[in-house]
Design a binder for this molecule. Structure first.
Ligand code: 8YV
Length: 321
């Protein structure tokens, strides 16, 4: 009988990660990358010591309650853990870990892409070229918003927010931020802190969201808060779709209150609010914030480091419950 712990992996992970998993564990892989239902996860976890899921699998209190008693750890292949009911996991004594740090650069790259793409109307432009609808040029053609030198508001100045601030400084953007905690002056690097969103929002020609999704941030960017932004502001979200009130954001994009939005994440994705597709002033990506070869490998290895720690009897580095 094998002594190695049994690990259920819900999605196809990078080859190097799966090789290490298969070397060190009895790995139940998903080579076809089917998305499992909750019932399937519960069924496939029979006798497993650990699960390595992605944000595509939801671990509600009900799912956690039905997991086999053998499951000791949920080692997420994600930094976000809004898909896991942490209190329920804790109550059952299941350790939960995530993969912070390793995806900050990749996600910040996508935030910059969204800022630039939304401001410079990249979605519309690409569509024109691809569909052969580009017929002419004139000084009035495809005029967008300049990014250089503008005021960028950051909601959530954690790991990703701080990298975005550094990248945005290369565009001479002025950094303004709100977080539950003020950074040390060295980490702030001249960024201006606002203790409340009400104080921050009127200063944001661009606004980018980098706070975690949790009950307190659900629908955070609602109609009232959008109204506090300057006219013609641009909103970017590479964090989680639930932080935005879609009806409010789409209404502001329709009315011209906001010039544009750049989105990588959506409430209910991939079934997104239909108005996002219809509006021409949206620049839309399919949740690819961390989708680089380098980062995917690093996320997998980080999840495995957490698993290794648990099964060696140590405290995992990235324990969230
Ligand atoms: C990941 C993410 O691709 O890590 C996160 O929280 O949002 C993404 O960048 C995804 O969650 C993987 O499970």
């Amino acid at each position: 009988m094998s002594e190695k712990p049994v690990v259920l992996v819900t999605r196809k992970l990078p080859d190097a990660v799966e090789q290490r998993l298969s070397r060190d564990y009895v790995a139940r892989l998903n080579p076809d990358d089917h998305q499992y239902s909750s019932d399937q996860v519960i069924e496939l976890a029979a006798g497993a010591d650990a699960i390595v899921p992605c944000h595509t699998e939801r671990f509600t209190a009900e799912v956690i309650d039905r997991l086999p008693a053998t499951v000791r750890v949920i080692a997420n292949f994600s930094v976000g853990v809004d898909h896991v009911d942490l209190a329920a996991a804790k109550a059952r004594g299941i350790i939960v870990t995530n993969t912070p740090d390793v995806l900050s650069d990749a996600t910040a790259e996508v935030a910059m892409l969204l800022i630039l793409g939304a401001a410079r109307r990249a979605g519309e432009g690409e569509q024109l070229v691809r569909t052969r609808a580009w017929r002419d040029w004139s000084p009035a053609f495809m005029v967008g918003t300049q990014v250089t030198g503008k005021r960028l508001g950051i909601i959530g100045m954690g790991r990703v927010g701080q990298v975005v601030a550094r990248r945005a400084r290369a565009f001479d953007m002025e950094i303004h931020y709100h977080d539950v905690r003020r950074l040390e002056p060295e980490a702030e690097a001249g960024a201006r802190f606002y203790a409340t969103l009400d104080d921050l929002l009127p200063n944001c020609q661009f606004l980018t969201i980098h706070c975690p999704a949790m009950p307190g941030t659900d629908g955070l960017l609602d109609a009232g808060r959008i109204a506090q932004l300057p006219d013609g502001a641009i909103v970017v979200n590479a964090a989680r779709g639930t932080i935005v009130d879609d009806d409010a954001l789409t209404a502001a994009l329709k009315s011209g209150k906001l010039a544009a939005a750049g989105l990588d994440v959506y409430r209910g994705e991939p079934d997104i609010h239909p108005a996002y597709r219809e509006l021409s002033n949206t620049f839309l990506l399919p949740h690819i914030g961390s989708a680089t070869h380098e980062t995917r490998d690093a996320m997998g290895f980080r999840a495995l480091d957490n698993l290794d720690a648990v099964f060696a009897g140590h405290e995992p580095g990235d324990r969230v419950a």
